[in-house]
Design a protein around this ligand. Structure first.
Ligand SMILES: Cc1cc2nc3c(=O)[nH]c(=O)nc-3n(C[C@H](O)[C@H](O)[C@H](O)COP(=O)(O)OP(=O)(O)OC[C@H]3O[C@@H](n4cnc5c(N)ncnc54)[C@H](O)[C@@H]3O)c2cc1C
Length: 442
């Protein structure tokens, strides 16, 4: 009798301690309070540091936002658990941690609108889904129009967005002034404001939190996240890809997926794919010293060559165009600094004395039509996710979701079926507002 009572209380104890473990290691008000009272010693590592196994069901090359999201949705939605993400550096060191954090779905072409709107909906539930505050702030994205013709173009895009179920509001000059009072609204400036297109549900998110949140959630589902593991070649059986060679040894895989963004051409060359409709370019980002709250939305202007928001720490975060030459260097050049700051000061002259704190660059995988590639192939056993241009951060959840579907089912979801590689050879390009590397050429 007493033995039985002990047994039950032992099981209960174990149950209680498991519950405690869940509540203390999950992020919650309870875990915060408990750790605050116990010297913050209860937090565990965000993800494990496993050694690579000799073989996996699926390998994802590239531990950026897209690779990590893919691993998470493969495990969560498709029940695959024997998965590894191989990252040559550290999690968050690529573009996922280098971007200007703008999240929007204000696309004109239907395929892009549906895909990015799916992403927006995933963003809206992401903090809860990942149990990680990704600081998604739906403060709106306002595209300024600097001429009546540009306002017409914005109206056409806004109407297309609405037809595709995406929120859009066309603002006249007075409404823009009311929404962003800091803008210079004089009529004789370099960029006079005629109105703007607002997507109210768009905004910004914390880029590191996306990398860490997906990594942590994927790890909890059993995914091995292996940092400092560079893929240096592919294992092949004829044309079939059967795994990878890495700086930490050979690893076999039933399915090998590549999601390396700016390094796509280099990595695919290792598999013998010598030509892709992708060019690598540098894009820079800038951040100023912290200011009191000054700009409460994301503003884009200067003919689309400038975008800016204010971070929660107070810095103005802004960027412009690519540097316009091919490069794999994660740093940019001074002419772009001059171009971007010139537009910024034309729109917001009062920021002339704000000090620039730092600027950096990332390598962009610019596709020739400005739209992404999420596909099975191009070799058997292989899957490719690339071509994100300036806009892959906002795509992260949908990209991972669709890529995971494609890998698990060996066929694309209807959302990413149009983003196949052979669209370039079959003249089915999705030429979104000429957003590829040489916008004026197409
Ligand atoms: C300055 C700048 C501003 C931007 N602003 C925005 C924005 O406001 N909104 C937006 O939506 N998008 C923006 N982007 C684009 C966005 O950041 C990228 O499109 C997106 O992050 C790319 O996907 P990723 O996160 O998977 O890439 P990455 O984080 O670059 O991930 C790819 C990973 O692959 C790894 N890798 C490469 N080669 C190998 C190898 N051989 N073996 C193993 N691993 C390898 C890399 O180390 C890297 O970690 C911006 C980009 C930059 C640079």
């Amino acid at each position: 009798m007493s033995h039985c009572a002990l047994h039950i209380s032992g099981a209960r104890l174990q149950y209680v301690s498991e519950l405690m473990e869940i509540y203390v290691t999950r992020f919650s008000a309870w875990a915060l309070a408990k750790n605050a009272l116990t010297g913050n010693k209860g937090w565990t590592n965000q993800w494990r540091k496993p050694d690579p196994k000799p073989e996996y069901d699926a390998i994802i090359v590239g531990g950026g936002g897209h690779g990590l999201a893919t691993a998470y949705y493969l495990a969560k939605e498709h029940g695959m658990r024997n998965i590894a993400v191989l990252e040559k550096g550290w999690i968050g060191g690529g573009n996922v941690g280098r971007n200007t954090t703008i999240v929007r779905s204000n696309y004109e072409l239907r395929h892009n609108a549906l895909f990015y709107e799916h992403s927006m909906k995933l963003w809206e539930g992401l903090s809860r889904e990942l149990n990680y505050n990704v600081m998604f702030s739906q403060r709106g994205v306002l595209n300024l129009a600097h001429s009546p013709e540009e306002l017409d173009a914005h109206a056409i895009r806004g109407n297309a967005m609405r037809l595709n179920g995406v929120d859009a509001e066309l603002l006249d000059r007075d409404e823009v002034q009311k929404f962003v009072p800091q803008l210079d609204m004089s009529r004789d400036t370099r960029f006079p404001v005629h109105g703007g297109l607002l997507q109210p549900r768009a905004g910004t998110a914390r880029h590191d939190a996306i990398a860490w949140g997906f990594a942590r959630a994927a790890d909890k589902l059993g995914v091995d996240i292996i940092e400092n593991c560079q893929v240096t070649g592919f294992l092949k059986d004829g044309d079939q890809i059967i795994g990878v060679k890495t700086s930490r040894g050979e690893i076999k895989a039933k399915k090998t997926a590549v999601a390396v963004a700016g390094s796509t051409s280099e990595v695919m060359r290792l598999a013998g794919i010598k030509k892709l409709p992708i060019e690598s370019h540098v894009l820079q980002a800038f951040v100023t010293e912290g200011l009191k709250p000054a700009v409460n939305t994301v503003v884009t202007g200067g003919g689309g060559h400038f975008y800016m928001s204010q971070s929660d720490k107070g810095g103005l975060v802004f960027g412009g165009e690519i540097d316009k030459y091919n490069s794999y260097a994660q740093r940019g050049n001074l002419p772009v600094v001059e171009d971007v700051t010139t537009i910024m000061l034309a729109l917001f002259p009062q920021f002339a004395k704000v000090r620039l704190l730092r600027h950096w660059g990332g390598i962009m995988d610019m596709s020739m039509d400005g739209s992404p590639i999420i596909t099975k192939g191009p070799l058997p056993g292989m899957y490719l996710n690339a071509g994100w241009c300036y806009g892959g951060f906002k795509a992260t959840p949908a990209s991972g979701w669709c890529f995971a579907y494609t890998i698990a089912n060996d066929e694309p979801h209807s959302l990413n079926a149009p983003f196949r590689l052979d669209r370039f050879s079959k003249a089915y390009s999705i030429d979104e507002r000429g957003a590829g590397p040489w916008a004026k050429l197409h």
